[in-house]
Design a protein around this ligand. Structure first.
Ligand SMILES: [Fe+2]
Ligand SMILES: [Fe+2]
Length: 243
């Protein structure tokens, strides 16, 4: 496995894997980086170099997971990355899917049972997705950030204990499988069961966007399950040991 490193030119990295574009955007980088290396760019933009390199490697190689090294990063940095990913989904990928699905279905001249079926499965995926994201942003991430700040500032411990008497992430953990299953159902309906009177180009465009979404989402879930949660459990243990 050939990993990216800080001496690679970022342009060469993008030529190798353009699906990293939204990932580098979330990490604070836009196109137009000329011939500069990852190190040059991170120094210029004050981005944590190791976090940048590990995140693009995790995204590029599914089998690569440097859990030990990623556990060293501040929890706020990981959450910031995850929230930016949610914003990318809500602000871009979902509206883009909404647009493409309508273009795709409008190729079928009459409203049909198949159109309704696709809309129904798409609505189910979206519903599950929005519930999941809202829960993380309104309940889980605030808990984690408060836990982190209580460790940095022990004076706030009584307030925290009052608010979260059993403080434990296991009560907040949400599985990613329900969301993944709904995405699979939707893709399967389109790939396996649609009759051929659809606009195939729009069908392909919609499916390509779904595959892109799925890849990004799986990577996002891996970071939550394998980086964020172990890190939170570490913090909870640390807090317990102070009591
Ligand atoms: Fe998330
Ligand atoms: Fe999640």
């Amino acid at each position: 496995m050939e990993l990216f490193n800080e001496n690679n030119k970022l342009a060469a990295v993008i030529h190798k894997d353009h699906s990293l574009l939204p990932v580098i955007n979330r990490l604070g980088i836009k196109l137009g980086f000329g011939d500069r290396t990852i190190r040059n760019i991170c120094e210029e933009k004050m981005i944590d170099l190791n976090f940048f390199v590990e995140t693009i490697n995790v995204f590029h190689h599914e089998a690569y997971f440097p859990e030990k090294r990623l556990l060293d990063f501040p929890v706020s940095m990981v959450i910031d990355y995850l929230v930016k990913t949610h914003q990318y989904y809500i602000g871009f990928l979902i509206p883009e899917n909404d647009r493409l699905i309508e273009l795709f279905l409008s190729g079928n001249p009459e409203e049909s049972a198949e159109n309704d079926l696709v809309r129904k499965f798409y609505a189910k995926f979206k519903e599950e997705f929005v519930i999941h994201i809202n829960f993380e942003e309104r309940v889980m991430f605030p808990y984690i950030l408060e836990l982190n700040s209580v460790i940095e500032n022990p004076l706030t411990r009584p307030n925290f204990r009052q608010k979260y008497p059993d403080y434990s992430i296991s009560g907040f953990e949400k599985e990613h499988s329900a969301m993944d299953d709904k995405m699979d159902d939707l893709k399967n309906i389109i790939i396996r069961y649609l009759p051929p009177n659809y606009d195939q180009n729009w069908g392909n465009a919609f499916l390509s966007n779904l595959f892109l979404f799925e890849k990004d989402l799986k990577n996002h879930s891996r970071i939550e399950d394998h980086i964020l949660l172990p890190k939170v459990k570490q913090l909870e243990k640390l807090l317990q040991s102070h009591e």
